[in-house]
Design a protein around this ligand. Structure first.
Ligand code: F0G
Length: 360
């Protein structure tokens, strides 16, 4: 069957009409991959944990789900250009979809705070890339201020179409598992995605009684405003995508947590990097550090013995891996890994290979 973009696939459940132009790069329908080693590491049955690999989207992150709709609606409404503040992925996605639509796109990035791959994407897609001397929260305030009185359409998650598009992740998971999972672990930054998933799961449940997961959101310890219950002025974490101190969808994330009976917690950078490495080495899935925050949360949850012990054979747990590891080529270099340079001779190569497998 020919691949469809997500607006075509879920048209009846999205705010589009026959007049809405379709700006799509055939996003969505990302793999839901079983994770037997992660299941074992979490002390759960082999088939319990599944990875929703959102890095398989066209620009390498879940942002494409919301952007196809936000940009299609911006074109329908006659926008001249779109603007966003971003820790990198929203910018990369906005730049690509705006290029596709022939719209101007301005992206405001915290100077020095964006992974190299994401910056390259925004530049290559022809966005007007503006580095702000400040953090993401300051860049977002600036974008909102300017957008209001200058006719640029905001494509941050303040734009309701972004969340409408992102809710389709929940529809796909329900379709793949035949029901909602019992738990969903995911990173939380600006808190749009956890809000969107809750919308999606509720809508799916209203139609087909597919059940509702407990939503388990994870912030980095140095950027955990929702956990602390107060804004964080200088958020700090290696996970630059979720380096956010004043999330836009704060209240809605708390509602998603409470209505689902879930939890929003924090994990240390050390735990994030351990999960990032574990997924790459033992499951063969390379995500970006921020995406690994949800997996670090899963491992912390199981270590604290918080999963019920009954009915474990039916337990289904999804971790949303929000972005592709290739976006951030620099973090792996800060970790130990095995790279040796030898002369181009068979003897030298044999000597190295005799040493056995290294780097675990
Ligand atoms: N994971 C990745 C890879 C992200 O890029 C983001 C957010 C999140 C998780 C958190 O999602 O904000 O919906 O809670 N990135 C935004 C950006 C802020 O500008 O790309 P959230």
């Amino acid at each position: 069957m020919a691949r469809k973009g997500l607006i075509e696939r879920w048209r009846a459940r999205l705010p589009v009409s026959a007049k809405t132009p379709l700006i799509s790069l055939l996003e969505g329908e990302t793999p839901l991959v079983p994770a037997p080693r992660l299941s074992a590491a979490a002390g759960l049955p082999e088939n319990a944990v599944w990875l929703k690999v959102e890095g398989a989207n066209p620009t390498g992150s879940f942002k494409d789900r919301g952007m196809t709709l936000a940009i299609s609606k911006a074109v329908e409404e006659g926008a001249q250009g779109v603007i966003c503040a971003s820790t990198g992925n929203t910018a990369a996605s906005a730049a690509a979809y705006a290029a596709r639509a022939g719209l101007r796109c301005a992206v405001l990035l915290p100077a020095g705070g964006v992974a190299a791959g994401k910056l390259s994407q925004s530049l290559m897609h022809g966005a007007e890339v503006i580095a702000i001397r400040g953090n993401f929260d300051e860049a977002l305030r600036l974008a909102r201020l300017i957008a209001e009185d200058s006719g640029w359409t905001m494509v941050n998650s303040t734009n309701p179409y972004r969340l409408e598009g992102q809710k389709t992740g929940a529809f796909e998971i329900v379709a793949a598992l035949g029901r909602a999972p019992d738990y969903q672990f995911m990173p939380v930054g600006n808190a749009g995605n956890i809000t969107a998933y809750w919308m999606g799961y509720r809508e799916a449940h209203a139609r087909t009684q597919s059940g509702l997961p407990k939503l388990m959101g994870w912030q980095a310890s140095g950027a955990a405003p929702i956990v602390l219950g107060r804004k964080v002025k200088n958020p700090k974490t290696i996970a630059s995508a979720i380096r956010i101190g004043d999330p836009v969808s704060w209240k809605r994330a708390i509602a998603a947590r409470d209505e689902s009976g879930g939890h929003i917690g924090k994990v240390a950078d050390r735990e994030i990097l351990a999960a990032y490495r574990m997924l790459a080495r033992e499951e063969g899935v390379f995500c970006e550090p921020s995406s690994a925050a949800g997996v670090a949360g899963l491992l912390a949850w199981s270590k604290a013995k918080k999963f019920p012990t009954r009915n474990r054979t039916r337990l289904r747990v999804v971790c949303v891996l929000t972005g592709n590891g290739l976006k951030d080529p620099d973090t792996p270099k800060t970790m130990s890994y095995s790279l040796c340079t030898i002369s181009a001779s068979p003897a030298a190569l044999k000597r190295v290979l005799k040493g056995g497998r290294r780097g675990r």
